[in-house]
Design a protein around this ligand. Structure first.
Ligand code: G3H
Ligand code: 13P
Ligand code: ZN
Length: 324
């Protein structure tokens, strides 16, 4: 056995989800790949007194290095302490696609892992998820499974079309696998191009009817919403203004996420909104300061924008502020 998350000052998601379910809010799950994103997440969540799930994809793990990430997570718990408020922090593997990567994360300090068998036939998804749960639970690491497929890119797996979660499958999946939470597909998708809408048209609403049916089948069970960036127009406009090209980028309206957060949805995944805010501010700075080449000069405003964006999400969208 390598390192336990407990030594890093992290917690698993069990207690977080229990409180989120009772309090009718959702825990933010923000993806990070680098120092500035991690600093911004911690600062925003400490300032708003929000619990948080630090989310690492397979690609992020390859980008940042697994050992480096473990110590970054340790640094994050210390930073939170130093900023003066002890918030619950989980370190979570996003879209794990094999038993091996989940095991490796459990062994190297993650407090929670996702095994995404959503592309597999139902029985195979159950078998794989169950195997991960059996291993992870030995170390008190929580596990998220997925039923239903989101359109868009899930790490290296690209799905053209989404398949909504079938409520008829959820009870069997949860009882056979013993997962701690379940990601479902109700109309969200990954990335910055979630819906094809003409100018002036509104995006199709999420399938709250499917969510309600799942809640009825699994009373009190934590549900996870992926692909939940709202693709904030202000940052899309800024990127386009300063040399980028993101025509047709559209996300999930924040009111719909607010409604989801009040339901059994206990975890809301946001990655693209962070990427957009960060890129927008870097583009703006470099456009206006063509002679500047000190990374600190352009990363600082980008990091500040992230802090504000995450605070806004915690306070106005997820309802997780003051719940730590
Ligand atoms: O669900 C996908 C996440 O946004 C992670 O994206 O695999 O490019 O790091 P990534
Ligand atoms: P977005 O691309 O909407 O931010 O979704 C992120 C996600 O689901 C990570 O697992
Ligand atoms: Zn996802």
């Amino acid at each position: 056995m390598g390192v336990s998350y407990k030594e890093l000052g992290l917690v698993n998601t069990r207690e977080m989800f229990k409180k989120a379910m009772e309090g009718k809010y959702a825990i933010p799950a923000y993806n990070f790949n680098n120092l500035e994103q991690l600093q911004a997440i911690i600062q925003a969540c400490v300032e708003t007194k929000s619990p948080v799930i630090l989310q690492v994809s397979k690609g992020a793990r390859e980008y940042a290095n697994a050992t480096m990430l473990r110590y970054m997570a340790l640094g994050a718990t210390k930073l939170a302490e130093e900023l003066g408020y002890n918030i619950p922090i989980a370190l979570h593997l996003d879209h794990g696609d094999s038993f091996e990567i989940c095991k490796s994360c459990v062994d190297s300090g993650f407090s929670s892992v996702m095994i995404d068998g959503s592309h597999l036939p139902f029985e195979e998804n159950i078998e794989l998820t169950k195997r991960v749960v059996e291993y992870a639970h030995k170390f008190d690491v929580t596990v998220e499974g997925e039923l239903g497929v989101l359109a868009g890119i899930e790490d290296e797996v690209v799905a053209e079309k989404s398949h909504y979660t079938d409520p008829d499958q959820v009870e069997e999946f949860v009882s056979k696998t013993k997962v701690d939470s379940l990601a479902i597909s109700i109309g969200t998708s990954h990335g910055a191009y979630k819906f094809k809408v003409k100018p002036g048209e509104s995006v199709p609403p999420l399938r709250f009817d499917i969510l309600e049916e799942i809640e009825r089948r699994l009373p009190g069970f934590p549900i996870v919403l992926h692909g939940a960036s709202s693709v904030m127009q202000e940052y899309v406009d800024m990127i386009n203004k300063y040399g980028g090209n993101l025509e047709g980028a559209v996300g999930v309206p924040e009111e719909q996420l607010r409604r989801a957060a009040e339901s059994a949805v206990c975890k809301i995944n946001i990655d693209s909104d962070g990427r957009l805010a960060f890129t927008a501010k870097i583009r703006e700075f470099l456009w206006n300061n063509p002679k500047e080449f000190d990374p600190r000069k352009y990363l600082k405003p980008a990091r500040n924008a992230l802090v504000e964006m995450y605070k806004h999400k915690n306070i106005n969208v997820l309802g997780s502020a003051n719940k730590a």
